[in-house]
Write a protein that binds this ligand. Structure first.
Ligand code: ZN
Length: 271
């Protein structure tokens, strides 16, 4: 599943090249998770002003509105001057004078949604609840601590919920908790201030390293097998059930939390 680093890497892969393009046509494939919310013809003639990211959404700013793109479970976006004819899993093609933007999504949990602007109810429904961006300056230790103090759910699930800080997915949550020495099942409001500070630094560290390394390999985005990623190669705990902890050699444990796998070391992450 594409996580924040993959979405950010995707954004960087085409943001500069598509900026300034004029939309010439839109082709829709099979229905995606949510409808486009406008007739495709409405987009024709609009100019692309830039591409931002909010959480795991790509925000394509247009001269008269906004496209929100989500990659879902298995989606990938490509922008190129010359693309092959749309295949069975290509469900959105936006043709511009600078190239075609294509969403490839075998499982169709992704979506492209048009909104009049970011404050439009359509956009707010998707973006309104999102927490601060982990890689922005607004994500500071004090605000993070304040957010965790209000929540008694297990810390791993609070991270995944995205309301305190957005975009820390399953892989990166397990890795950040390991680096901070925090047990994933600990209630969020029970974690001491110094350890919250360590977790804050660990979240920034794992995500920025993943963006630097290119997220998962872009190639893997079209692989529908779920949580492939860069950390499968270099992870401390993620996906390493039974393997020796890289710090203390205790076998890494796997548990289920909210239907997701969590990996941790009993010794390095005591509470
Ligand atoms: Zn250990």
């Amino acid at each position: 599943m594409p996580e924040l680093p993959e979405v950010e890497v995707t954004r960087r892969s085409f943001a500069n090249r598509i900026t300034g393009a004029t939309i010439q046509g839109v082709r829709m494939g099979k229905p995606l998770r949510w409808p486009l919310q406008c007739e495709p013809a409405v987009l024709v003639g609009m100019r692309v002003r830039g591409v931002r990211r909010r959480g795991k959404y790509l925000l394509i700013d247009l001269s008269d509105g906004l496209l929100l793109v989500h990659l879902g479970m298995s989606g990938s976006v490509i922008f190129d001057r010359h693309l092959p004819p749309a295949g069975v899993h290509d469900h959105f093609d936006m043709v511009t004078d600078l190239g075609t933007l294509r969403l490839h999504d075998p499982r169709r949990f992704g979506a492209v949604v048009f909104a009049a602007g970011e404050s439009d109810p359509v956009a707010q429904k998707l973006l309104g609840h999102l927490g601060v961006e982990p890689l922005d300056d607004g994500f500071d230790p004090a605000a993070f601590l304040a957010g965790l103090r209000q929540r008694k759910a297990p810390i791993k699930q609070v991270l995944l919920a995205g309301e305190v800080v957005v975009g820390v997915g399953n892989i990166y949550a397990s890795e950040a908790l390991f680096l901070a020495g925090i047990r994933p099942t600990s209630p969020a409001n029970s974690i001491s201030k110094p350890r919250v500070a360590k977790l804050h630094a660990a979240v920034k560290d794992v995500l920025s390293r993943a963006v630097e390394k290119g997220g998962s390999t872009l190639r893997d985005f079209s692989n529908a097998n779920g949580e492939s990623g860069y950390f499968q190669l270099e992870a401390n705990v993620y996906g390493r059930e039974g393997a020796p902890c890289r710090v203390c050699a205790t076998p890494v444990r796997a548990i289920r939390q909210g239907q997701r796998s969590t990996y941790y070391c009993m010794v390095c992450q005591k509470r």
